[in-house]
Design a binder for this molecule. Structure first.
Ligand SMILES: Cc1cc2nc3c(=O)[nH]c(=O)nc-3n(C[C@H](O)[C@H](O)[C@H](O)COP(=O)(O)OP(=O)(O)OC[C@H]3O[C@@H](n4cnc5c(N)ncnc54)[C@H](O)[C@@H]3O)c2cc1C
Length: 398
């Protein structure tokens, strides 16, 4: 005989307590709609995971105007431009001048902290550290999330709408029968070697640098912690790289006639990040809706993932609110198509900027020179630069 489950009912059951799941729960809570968020990790582990850093203005507005927190404006850094560097020469793309927008450097850890604190402040139900999550009955009017709660209790959440916000390694999209979904997927022949170092910033804005040795991204986390990446083989072993070797590699990927030198310091985190692009179509199956990385992932070069996750939430929340308040399902019916339109624009930008900035393994002189031509077309033309600036800072909201 199977063990008894504690049954809980709610309007919206959400799998995944990352930025997408928590932001959706927050917006629904403000509209008086009940939700339960089920998350397999604990808060400290999520808070200690280093990921995104660049937020579009629309993402910042969602945090501040919906009452999550205004910390992004006081503790984040507004970047009015970014630097593209090819063959040791820097070219600044002035976002404000070209498209009238900025982006904000504010680490995903802090976004998570703000969202988790807002859920707690507002009395939201978030179950951390759950195990054995399952989603069932997705096409019925009572889809369910089953899981084991942190204290060992077996729980079944019965809801009207189930949202998969469980990231790229989640379970929800795989619960859609294979014949009902299209998996659009590519892998790239390179990865990023990411580090966190105790050092002062090397530059006031991000530097995207391509050199004959490959790509490097010079980013930042705070006045005393820097985030940097360099292109590497997907099978690179972090243990083969000591601090001295890493700094030498980063330095040679940015060196140039202007004498740019990175400010070095002790490295306390090293990871290899594989590059993939994925889109699940559609983003709905019965009463299951996918948001954020659960439905699509992009390589991090274009800084789009977290921003897209918030775009999905912006597209889904009004549909859910209408569903529960007026019974009108037209916005909900249009969610997948609306979200996918932006997802594919972001996929294109992320793919394009990744291939522009990275050196392909065994790249021949034709392709090297063609990429340089493309780079010049962006940096020596106001219209070319505006294309980059608009895509990077985020397209106008629909
Ligand atoms: C190195 C790096 C740099 C990046 N830089 C940027 C950037 O500058 N700008 C940007 O916009 N994006 C960036 N991104 C992408 C961004 O981090 C992701 O797109 C973002 O985290 C997506 O949020 P999410 O809520 O959809 O998914 P996630 O953050 O992955 O959250 C999903 C949650 O679901 C939970 N979960 C998974 N399975 C289950 C289960 N079975 N049961 C319960 N819970 C489950 C996970 O534990 C996780 O907490 C970067 C990513 C990386 C790796």
């Amino acid at each position: 005989m199977s063990a008894q489950r504690t049954i809980i009912t709610t309007q919206v059951g959400i799998v995944g307590g990352g930025p997408a799941g928590l932001m959706l729960a927050h917006l629904l809570g403000r509209a008086g709609i009940d939700s339960i968020v089920v998350e397999k990790r604990d808060k400290d582990t999520i808070h200690a995971t280093h990921r995104a850093g660049i937020l579009e203005a629309a993402t910042v507005r969602m945090l501040t105007e919906s009452g999550v927190d205004g910390r992004v404006l006081t503790e984040g850094h507004e970047h009015e431009g970014t630097v593209l560097r090819f063959q040791g020469e820097s070219h600044r793309i002035d976002f404000q001048d070209l498209v009238g927008h900025s982006v904000w450097l504010y680490p995903q850890n802090e976004v998570f902290r703000d969202l988790a604190a807002a859920r707690e402040r507002d009395g939201g139900d978030v179950r951390w550290s759950v195990t054995d999550t399952e989603v069932v009955d997705l096409t019925s009017d009572r889809p369910k999330i089953r899981f084991t709660d942190a204290d060992g209790t077996l729980v079944e959440v019965q809801c009207e709408i189930l949202v998969g916000a469980d990231g790229s390694q989640g379970i929800c999209k795989w619960a859609i029968p294979q014949e009902e979904r299209i998996d659009n997927f590519i892998q790239y022949p390179f990865a990023w070697f990411g580090i966190l170092a105790e050092a002062p910033p090397s530059a006031p804005e991000l530097i995207y640098s391509n050199s004959e040795h490959g790509f490097a991204l010079i980013s930042s986390r705070s006045e005393s912690v820097q985030r940097m990446y360099f292109q590497c083989d997907p099978d690179e072993d972090v243990d083969d790289w000591d601090d001295e070797r890493i700094w030498a590699e980063l330095q040679r990927r940015v060196e140039g006639p202007d004498g740019l030198r990175l400010k070095e310091g002790p490295i306390f985190d090293k990871t290899v990040l594989k590059f993939r692009s994925y889109v699940c179509e559609p983003l709905r199956y019965g009463n299951l809706f996918l948001v954020g990385d659960a439905g699509h992932t992009v390589p991090p070069t274009g800084a789009k993932g977290l921003n897209l996750a918030f775009c999905d939430v912006r597209a889904l929340a009004p549909g859910l609110i209408e569903h529960f308040t007026t019974g009108d399902d037209s916005a909900l019916a249009g969610y997948s198509a609306k979200a996918l339109e932006r997802v594919w624009k972001a996929q294109n930008f992320s793919y394009w900027v990744t291939n522009l900035m990275h050196t392909q393994p065994d790249e021949d002189p034709f392709h090297q020179k063609r990429r340089l031509g493309e780079f010049k077309a962006i940096t020596t033309s106001a219209r070319g630069a505006a294309y980059f600036a608009e895509s990077y800072t985020g397209w106008p909201e629909d």
